[in-house]
Design a protein around this ligand. Structure first.
Ligand code: SAJ
Length: 438
């Protein structure tokens, strides 16, 4: 009986292991670089030939992975890319880092994970470790990955090893990257835990084993549900403070003075990004199938998705205070990205604000120094306008939706006439413009 576990451990320990990574995006590429730096030979698989060509030329397309970090690894033969699963046939370990978005029906879209798992099953061989990193509902590893490998006739835990390890990549984070962010791992069997731990240990400072893949899947969902629910809570606090005539920003700042038992979150125009609005809905979807309603998740989602509508109401009331109707008013949006100082507009509340304002008859334009254009529904392309005094003064109302660092409050106060500030960007500063704050 071949001892595949010890053979694999040996190849991982002496770095002769070959590691395949499926999905060379903001999760897979940084992981590939850390694995290659650790000494493994890495093959990154992506379905987009353009990405594969760039990577094989040593060129990075992910801001968090500088080309000068990638190129030497490619030149040294420690890393290459491919579009063909055949190139993974002799991999000792494969890490699946593909997207897990939502369908239009707000149900999980598992198509990328299933496609990858089906392909991995075709190239899987005795002695291989398969790790799923994509954020997903609890049970996915056992219900989607394991059966495909088992159907291949491979015994999990002795011939093939399977684990889940949640990605914790925070794009643009200057402090935390793959190496210094602890890595949670959950193996199907103790042998799986051993080998998945051995895979990551040379590439990350701390590996945190948990008792099962489902526990590891749940760790990630707790992390991001924690954020979504607390953001929903603070958004509701903002709605309550408005009714009470209390400044929610002042309340949060004062609450932050508590040195224990409190963590600040901030109200805003809604919840954007490809993680926080989506991951908790994977959990609530799974629990509905188990006849349980995840009330906090659903309530937080309801509040967070209502915030763009609240922003429209604020704009209407602010214009009304100036004797103007929203219909026919020129409204300028500052910031289209889902959070400050990035260029990502996925699930951005600014998209909702833009479309809702237009539905009410406003004449809408936007500025975002990081987002040169966006596609609204119906594939309509809208371009960012220059942040000029002329543009600002031509707006009946300016709405700060994303608090990019580039925005200078004094400049906005000087040239805008009316500002609705959903991010406390202006703060307590005063100037020519009238300011209404969330
Ligand atoms: N937001 C608020 N109020 C807050 C915090 C965030 O309205 O107090 C909004 C943001 O404007 C944005 C959305 O929520 O629209 C999500 O913001 P985020 O800070 O959670 O940023 P993300 O989506 O980039 O989340 C990522 C996550 N990382 C991973 O999933 C690996 C999350 O777990 C991180 O905690 C987060 O980055 C982070 O801390 O920056």
């Amino acid at each position: 009986m071949t001892d595949y576990k010890h053979q694999l451990l040996e190849r991982l320990h002496n770095r002769s292991a070959k590691v395949g990574i499926i999905g060379m995006g903001y999760v897979g590429l940084p992981l590939a670089v850390e694995f290659a730096r650790a000494g493994y030979t890495v093959i990154g698989l992506d379905v987009l030939p353009d990405k594969v060509d760039k990577l094989n030329a040593g060129i990075s397309y992910i801001p968090d992975v500088p080309t000068e970090d990638l190129a030497p690894l490619v030149r040294a033969g420690k890393m290459r890319a491919t579009t063909s699963y055949d190139d993974l046939r002799d991999a000792d370990a494969i890490s699946i880092c593909v997207p897990t978005p939502l369908r239009k029906t707000k149900d999980p879209d598992m198509s990328y994970v299933i496609a990858a798992a089906d392909e991995v099953a075709k190239v899987c061989h005795p002695g291989m470790l398969v790790v799923l990193e994509s954020t997903t509902y609890p049970g996915t590893t056992e219900e989607v990955i394991v059966p495909r490998l088992f159907n291949n006739g491979l015994a999990v835990g002795s011939e093939v090893f399977v684990a889940f390890s949640p990605e914790r990549v925070d794009p643009g984070n200057p402090t935390y990257g793959v190496r210094n962010t602890p890595k949670v791992v959950g193996g199907v069997t103790p042998a799986c835990v051993e080998v998945v731990t051995a895979l990551y240990e040379p590439a990350v400072e701390r590996v945190i084993p948990v008792s099962s893949p489902t526990a590891a899947e749940m760790v990630k969902l707790l992390e991001n549900t924690f954020r979504a629910v607390n953001i929903g809570l603070v958004n509701e606090m903002a709605l309550m403070c408005q009714r009470l005539g209390v400044d929610v920003w002042e309340v949060i700042e004062a609450a932050k003075s508590k040195p224990f038992g409190f963590m600040p979150f901030y109200p805003g125009p809604g919840l954007g990004g490809h993680c926080i609005p989506i991951d908790p809905l994977y959990l609530s979807w799974k629990l509905r199938a188990l006849n349980y309603t995840a009330r906090f998740i659903e309530l937080a989602s309801e509040i967070n998705t209502s915030m763009p509508y609240h922003v429209i109401k604020m704009v209407m009331e602010a214009l009304n205070g100036e004797g103007k109707a929203l219909h026919g008013a020129h409204v300028g949006i500052l910031g289209m990205a889902y959070k400050r100082d990035i260029d990502d507009v996925r699930e951005s509340p600014a998209l909702d604000v833009h479309e809702l304002l237009e539905e009410k008859g406003a004449i809408v334009s936007f500025n975002d120094p990081h987002v040169l254009s966006v596609r609204l529904s119906g594939e309509r392309l809208v371009r960012s306008v220059e942040l000029s005094p002329e543009w600002l003064s031509a707006q009946d109302c300016v709405v700060i939706v994303t608090d990019h660092s580039d925005y200078d409050p004094a400049f906005l106060l000087e040239h805008a006439r009316l500002i609705v500030d959903t991010r406390n960007k202006i703060g307590r500063r005063t100037g020519k413009a009238k300011v209404v704050r969330l």
